[in-house]
Every structure is written in structure tokens, then in C-alpha cells.
Design a protein around this ligand. Structure first.
Ligand code: DQA
Length: 150
């Protein structure tokens, strides 16, 4: 079965209480539970959240190994990089180095917010980008990635 790794970057562990006008009231656990229901029998999901850039780079590199180990398994990443999407060359490089297919998701419409959020260091190398669809965006990103991997 296809493996999907869902990565969340800094401060996304605070979903549910963080700026609810931008991010809604669902917690990260709620979002992960919804993903499990939606992708049931379609993909093997795993989840990772970190506030640390290097830990996210390590997790992407580990995923490369995991996806490679099993010949039949295809894998991809759904990533909400949070603020690192606007700043992290290291995460971009990890995704380029591993060549793992990924879909970038932002819960809020970053283009309707401060100008520094308009730039993403991941979007031009992503298979797809979902922006401003709320927490549902994770499910849309996962479905889209699955369709691309199949
Ligand atoms: C975010 C948007 C980013 O600009 C912000 O730093 C986040 C969350 C989103 O999901 O809308 O942490 O990635």
C-alpha cells in the first residue's frame, strides 16, 4: 500500500488554540484523525510534527529510506511547513535531494496575508499546492498526492 507521510512544521502543534480566525478550531490530532478516516484502505499514513528545522530534514531523509526499502511501496509527503515554507532552504534541499513527491499545504490563504507569506521556497518544486482551504486542505492534499502516485 502507498505510504503517505504528513509533516507539520513549527507551531502547528498549537492548532485549535492558535489564531483561530486563520486556522480554525480543529486540533492537529483532529486533522490527523480525519485523514485516517478519509484515507482508510487507500494509504498507510504516518504523522510527524516538529518545531525544529533540522528534525524535519532528518524525517524527510528517513522517509526516503523507508520508501526505498520496500520495492513495491510508493510513498509521498504532505507537508505544511508552517513558517519554514517561507525561509527554509534546508527543507527545500532535503526534498530535492530525496526527490520524494510532495504536496505543500497551507491552511490559511497566505496570499491574503502579510507579504512575507507570499513567497514559498517549496511551491515551485511541489507536485501540487493547496492554500486557504482550511483544515480540509490536508485531505485534499493527501487525495491529490495519492492520485499522482497511483
Ligand atoms: C501556515 C501559513 C504560514 O505562513 C504560517 O507561518 C504557519 C501556518 C498555514 O497553514 O496557513 O505556521 O503554513
Amino acid at each position: 500500500m502507498i505510504k503517505l507521510l504528513v509533516i507539520n512544521g513549527p507551531n502547528l502543534n498549537l492548532l485549535g488554540l492558535r489564531e483561530t480566525s486563520h486556522y480554525g478550531t480543529l486540533t492537529l490530532k483532529d486533522i490527523e484523525a480525519n485523514l485516517e478516516v478519509r484515507l482508510k484502505n487507500k494509504a498507510e499514513l504516518s504523522f510527524f510534527q516538529s518545531n525544529h528545522e533540522g528534525a524535519i530534514v532528518d524525517r524527510i531523509q528517513a522517509a526516503y529510506q523507508e520508501f526505498k526499502d520496500s520495492e513495491e511501496t510508493k510513498g509521498g509527503i504532505v507537508i505544511n511547513p508552517g513558517a519554514f515554507g517561507h525561509t527554509s532552504i534546508a527543507i527545500r534541499d532535503a526534498l530535492l535531494a530525496t526527490a520524494i513527491k510532495f504536496v505543500e499545504i497551507h491552511i490559511s490563504n497566505v496570499y491574503a496575508r502579510e507579504e512575507f507569506r507570499h513567497k514559498s521556497l517549496l511551491s515551485d518544486i511541489a507536485s501540487g499546492v493547496i492554500v486557504g482551504c482550511g483544515p480540509l486542505g490536508y485531505e485534499l492534499a493527501a487525495e491529490a498526492l495519492l492520485a499522482k502516485l497511483n
